[in-house]
Design a protein around this ligand. Structure first.
Ligand code: DAH
Length: 337
């Protein structure tokens, strides 16, 4: 019987070492109710009383050894599975990740912010005014009385007889001067409206930036110097300026200002339509009537003002030939900026 036990022990232990053998089958085969070890124990009744405890102890040892080997196998199996899982799920954290699609600012916003930054760098602050405006601020206070021909050039959306959608950002000049005593140095970006039909160069809604400087002793050379500084910051340090005499009711004298073409440097190309110059803004010395309309004494103070269209500048700068692209939000277009 002892020999049988010894054989069972060896057979079971070597079976457990065999990785292809199923441990549960082994357990049933040796330790199960009808298992080999169990049947040996059943046969113990035929042993003599002296042999019984010896064989019993040996049988217990064999059972313990088989159980221990099975437990060990289970735990190595568990470890192996874990290692396999870890290996298959390994992540290489040094691999570059898929880049998320990042949005960015609209080209009009980019141009507006760049212009704002340049003027903020020269000590300007930002002023705001309403888009639904009184006729008084949009026209009258700016020296454009009723029936003045300048009203025709700005086809205005009227809401009532004296309330309209502002056709320019210039009314913010008046609102600023009413609220604030000189020295004044503000820019005012925003939406403006004109009842124009949509085409490649017109839109009923577009954007302007207005500028206003008022103080004692402001002269045309301050005006000119500031315009030059801005244009060189924005278009490049080689940029030349050209002041073309013009008329605006709210400035005297007035000019339209051109910059030398930033693409061809003035030789003539597609962007400047072979002229070498690109018109960027209207400007002038604030008309004395406008100052006095706002309660500022034109004998004591003087100033200059300017206004530019953001679309116009963005289109020139990026070579956009149709204004509608700026509003249609086609991602294939917007992605390029
Ligand atoms: N408001 C003018 C326009 O919409 C632009 C302009 C011209 C603004 C001269 C000014 C200025 O402040 O001085 O055409």
């Amino acid at each position: 019987m002892k020999e049988t036990l010894q054989k069972i022990r060896e057979a079971a232990l070597s079976a457990i070492q065999d990785p292809s053998a199923d441990p549960e089958q082994i357990r049933i085969q040796y330790l199960g109710k009808k298992g080999e070890l169990t049947s040996v124990l059943r046969g113990m009744g035929s042993l003599s009383p002296e042999e019984r405890p010896i064989v019993g102890q040996m049988a217990n040892e064999v059972r313990a050894a088989i159980e221990a080997a099975l437990t060990e196998r289970a735990s190595t199996e568990k470890k192996r599975l874990l290692e396999e899982k870890l290996k298959s799920e390994k992540i290489d954290v040094t691999l570059p990740s898929a880049a998320p699609r990042i949005g960015h600012l609209h080209p009009l916003t980019q141009v507006q912010r760049t212009i704002e930054d340049i003027f903020i760098g020269m000590g300007f602050s930002i002023a705001e005014g309403p888009e639904v405006e009184y006729d008084y601020y949009n026209f009258q206070a700016l020296n454009i009385p009723e029936n003045h021909p300048a009203r025709d050039t700005q086809d205005t959306f009227y809401i009532t007889d004296n309330i309209l959608l502002r056709s320019q950002t210039s009314p913010v000049q008046v609102r600023t001067m009413e609220k604030q005593k000189p020295p004044i140095r503000v820019i005012s970006p925003g939406r403006v409206y004109r009842s124009d039909a949509v085409d490649a160069t017109h839109s009923p809604l577009f954007h302007q930036i207005e500028g206003l400087v008022v103080d004692k002793g402001i002269t045309m050379s301050d005006w000119k110097g500031m315009m030059e500084t801005f244009a060189r910051e924005f278009f490049g340090s080689d940029t030349k300026l050209r002041f073309r005499p013009h008329h605006f009711p709210f400035t005297e004298p007035s000019a339209e200002i051109d910059v030398s073409c930033f693409v061809c440097g003035g030789k003539g190309c597609r962007v400047c339509k072979n002229e070498g110059w690109i018109e960027i803004l209207g400007a002038g010395m604030v008309h004395p009537f406008v100052l006095s309309n706002c309660g500022i004494d034109p004998e004591v103070y003087s100033g200059f003002a300017f206004g530019m269209g953001i679309e116009r500048i963005a289109m020139k700068q990026y070579g956009i030939d149709d204004m509608r692209h700026l509003y249609e939000n086609d991602v294939r277009f917007l992605e390029q900026f």
